[in-house]
Design a protein around this ligand. Structure first.
Ligand SMILES: Cc1cc2nc3c(=O)[nH]c(=O)nc-3n(C[C@H](O)[C@H](O)[C@H](O)COP(=O)(O)OP(=O)(O)OC[C@H]3O[C@@H](n4cnc5c(N)ncnc54)[C@H](O)[C@@H]3O)c2cc1C
Length: 386
């Protein structure tokens, strides 16, 4: 059955064609492995290989570094289509995109030449490494330290919950360089003093590795610092304006997948002598789910256009899109399980996996409470208040 994505009608031909291409890869090469990836917790290698051969690994990166140079709208569509069938695969793909954002925006050409071509071809991965055991939402309180050491830097600290830790070759690490200064460092997995914690056992996204990154007297050369070593925090805030719509797209894809599966199932399941889809209570739920999905998509695409034209309130809009799309994913997948009845609770159908996968989208890349605070702050600031 086809997806019920009506937004296709409003896309220009090139984007619609791109969406169709990614959907074909997702349905034919990624979806068949989604349940097994979840059940075994194994890295989604077959999906990764499929995404690599379709050059999706380098989608956002500049062509001069081997990427496709695609804009944010194309990236969002790509993540949405992959997450619709396997959110773990989408997370694996978007990890390097997000991890390289600060370096691409502020890094020196020699740094980019060293890292980006490998990430673009999918030979290597990059991890966005911010969170620490005592510093998640309150990122500015982080304690990983970087001290100047000759012509390089010495890093000490512990990052936790890092997606693709152990698998990625490169780690974009935010560390403190002074009382108020922070820098982003590109740390390689083979640098002295780098090690990884045990893989975390998670509710969802089980095939996506998550672990601590430990830095003990880790010495790295000076050219690995991104831009100005006092402005790393600002760089990361800039990256979040980019990464939140990407996470919103992941959540939107999960929600669309839950809606598609619900329509498919209720159209086939019989009860009281007719198809379950004939019951008005069921039809009402499906309609509400579709309204949530389409309104989330509309806000996300609007946000992407705002970001692409450098709109003044991009940060608040990115927070709104992240908030709405991820709350939609949670609500729609919960209803999808309900519409499958008892079968929705079994791993035989994909909706229970989708519901588990949806949950983290409300938490990472800034929890949804933090998004609400950001939105309110922007509204009061615009009104000249506090
Ligand atoms: C599967 C997974 C993958 C992840 N991947 C990465 C990654 O690749 N890189 C990375 O750096 N991090 C990653 N994270 C970490 C994630 O971004 C953090 O867990 C998240 O930012 C929340 O931080 P915390 O866990 O410390 O929660 P806390 O900050 O301790 O928050 C606990 C609760 O308090 C609430 N809260 C906190 N402050 C406020 C406030 N001011 N007002 C209202 N409520 C508040 C929060 O919303 C939350 O509900 C990942 C986490 C998971 C589970």
């Amino acid at each position: 059955m086809n997806s019920h994505t009506t937004a296709l009608a409003t896309e220009d031909d090139e984007l619609a064609e791109f969406r169709a291409q990614v959907r074909e890869i997702a349905v034919e090469k990624i979806a068949p492995h989604a349940a097994e990836t979840d059940a075994t917790g194994m890295f989604p290698q077959a999906s990764w290989d499929a995404m690599r051969s379709a050059s999706l690994t380098g989608l956002p990166f500049p062509e001069e570094y081997g990427g496709q140079g695609a804009d944010l709208m194309a990236q969002v569509i790509c993540i949405e289509e992959i997450a619709r069938v396997c959110s773990t695969s989408a997370l694996t793909l978007l990890g390097s995109w997000v991890g390289l954002h600060a370096a691409l925006a502020h890094g020196a050409p020699e740094l980019l030449q060293e890292i980006v071509p490998g990430a673009a071809s999918g030979v290597s991965g990059v991890s966005f490494s911010l969170t620490e055991p005592h510093s998640g939402s309150d990122l500015a309180s982080l304690s990983t330290r970087a001290q100047p050491d000759g012509d390089g830097w010495m890093l000490d600290g512990r990052k936790c919950f890092i997606t693709n830790a152990g698998w990625s070759d490169w780690y974009a690490v935010l560390a403190r360089t002074g009382e108020k200064g922070y820098a982003v460092f590109m740390v390689h997995r083979d640098d002295p003093g780098v090690s990884f914690g045990r893989p975390e056992k998670k509710m969802g996204h089980r095939g996506s590795p998550t672990a601590d990154v430990l830095l003990e007297s880790c010495r790295i050369p000076g050219w690995r610092v991104v831009g100005d070593p006092g402005r790393g925090y600002d760089y990361i805030m800039g990256s979040l304006v980019y990464s939140r719509p990407i996470i919103a797209a992941q959540a939107l894809g999960i929600a669309q997948g839950g809606l598609d599966e619900s329509i498919r199932y209720t159209a086939e399941r019989d009860a009281f002598g007719q198809k379950v889809s004939r019951f008005q209570l069921v039809r009402g739920m499906v309609a509400d789910m579709a309204v949530r999905v389409e309104s989330s998509r509309a806000l996300l695409y609007h946000t992407v256009r705002t970001i692409m034209r450098g709109g003044a309130h991009a940060r608040a809009e990115a927070a709104m899109a992240k908030l709405l799309c991820t709350d939609t994913a949670m609500a729609v997948t919960t209803d999808a399980v309900q519409l499958h009845g008892g079968y929705g609770y079994l791993s035989d159908f994909p909706v229970e996996r989708m519901m588990r996968d949806a949950k983290i989208t409300q938490i990472y890349e800034g929890t949804n409470q933090i998004q609400r605070l950001l939105i309110a702050k922007s509204l009061y600031a615009r009104a000249g208040g506090e």
